[in-house]
Write a protein that binds this ligand. Structure first.
Ligand SMILES: *[C@@H]1O[C@H](CO)[C@@H](O)[C@H](O)[C@H]1NC(C)=O
Ligand SMILES: *[C@@H]1O[C@H](CO)[C@@H](O)[C@H](O)[C@H]1NC(C)=O
Ligand SMILES: *[C@@H]1O[C@H](CO)[C@@H](O)[C@H](O)[C@H]1NC(C)=O
Ligand SMILES: *[C@@H]1O[C@H](CO)[C@@H](O)[C@H](O)[C@H]1NC(C)=O
Length: 309
């Protein structure tokens, strides 16, 4: 296990932080997609995630990395949200968006039967900026639900807080009970809201995690996928295919691990899943094998991190 600590340090230092001035690459977008799949937010909460931008979420001037575990005190006040368009995507001047944050609870929660908690809902924001950096502009927007910092119940696992920016086309129609300012934090089914309000594409999303105490039962380990592990994944279809299936297998490894009662066995089962991933991707050529192994290894480290924290 100690041999893995350098890998952990690498994960921490090379994480998916965005420079506000940096331009987004395909690899960044693939890393974001892999992260959301790994965290089971796709397809359970977001059936089809095709980000057109990177959404940077900063608390107190510090940008989160995708899936970062944070202390609840660090996320008590609303974050600054900026957007950097993906290659080939331009942000339309004057377009309106809905910005929201939803608690999707711990990995393994059935999003069809357990409502998400609405922590933030702002209709009619715009984006101000140019080139590769845009900030959310709240002028003229309606804050339906004020930002309410996470406060997960003790022992309910590591909650996933998704910050999302949806296009708000001309069809947009806020449901009557969510059309005026001052609706307090509450629960809803996010996908139902998105379709009922006729929101457009999900421009992008990000997420972070907050946990209160030790998980007692259903919580499952999640970890982020570093886009650096997808190096070269953009160069061939086969490679990016195995990289993402590697991420998914790694996730099911930690998922099946935490279905077992002991956290240690979670790490062990993550390891065997990573081995299976490596085997499965061997047909995809050398790049594919390498990507599968690296992503698989991230899953193992993640399972261990999950077990340790
Ligand atoms: C991000 O910023 C750091 C320092 O501010 C710089 O060294 C680095 O090259 C930047 N990365 C990109 C991708 O622009
Ligand atoms: C949730 O609902 C979707 C769409 O109805 C369905 O495809 C999916 O299988 C459901 N998931 C679970 C875990 O029941
Ligand atoms: C925000 O939007 C308003 C209205 O569209 C505009 O007047 C203002 O300049 C924008 N703010 C920034 C910082 O660009
Ligand atoms: C709004 O109304 C819908 C039914 O149309 C209901 O399912 C939902 O819980 C209500 N939301 C709030 C915040 O009252």
């Amino acid at each position: 296990m100690f041999a893995l600590l350098p890998a952990l340090a690498l994960l921490a230092t090379s994480a998916l932080a965005q420079n506000s001035t940096s331009s987004v690459t395909e690899k960044d977008i693939e890393g974001l997609e892999a992260n959301f799949k790994q965290a089971q937010l796709v397809p359970q909460l977001i059936s089809d995630f095709d980000p057109e931008a990177i959404l940077s979420v900063s608390f107190g001037g510090q940008a989160i990395t995708v899936g970062q575990k944070l202390d609840k005190d660090a996320v008590a006040s609303s974050p600054e949200v900026t957007v950097a368009p993906a290659p080939g995507h331009d942000l339309e001047a004057g377009a309106l968006y809905t910005l929201l944050m939803a608690d999707a609870n711990a990995v393994g929660t059935d999003q069809n039967t357990t409502e998400q908690t609405r922590h933030w809902l702002v209709n009619g924001v715009s984006l101000s900026g140019s080139g590769s950096s845009y900030a959310v502009n709240y002028t003229g927007a309606t804050t339906i639900t004020d930002y309410a910092g996470p406060g997960p119940f003790e022992g309910t696992g590591s909650h996933r807080y998704v910050v999302a920016l949806y296009e708000q086309g001309s069809d947009f129609a806020a449901p009557s009970n969510l059309s005026t300012a001052g609706v307090p934090l509450g629960t809803w089914f996010l996908p139902s809201y998105v379709s009922e309000a006729k929101l457009g594409d999900l421009l992008s999303a990000n997420y972070f995690q907050v946990e209160n105490g030790q998980a007692t039962s259903t919580a499952e380990a999640t970890t982020s996928v570093d886009s650096a592990t997808l190096a070269g994944a953009a160069s061939t279809t086969a490679a990016s295919g195995s990289a993402s299936s590697g991420a998914v297998s790694a996730t099911s490894g930690s998922a099946s691990g935490s279905a077992a009662t002991s956290k240690t066995s979670g790490a062990a089962s993550g390891a065997s899943s990573a081995a299976a991933t490596t085997g499965a991707s061997s047909g995809a050529g050398k790049t594919g094998v390498a990507a599968g192994m690296i992503v698989g290894a991230v899953g193992v480290v993640g399972a261990i991190v999950g077990a340790a924290l």
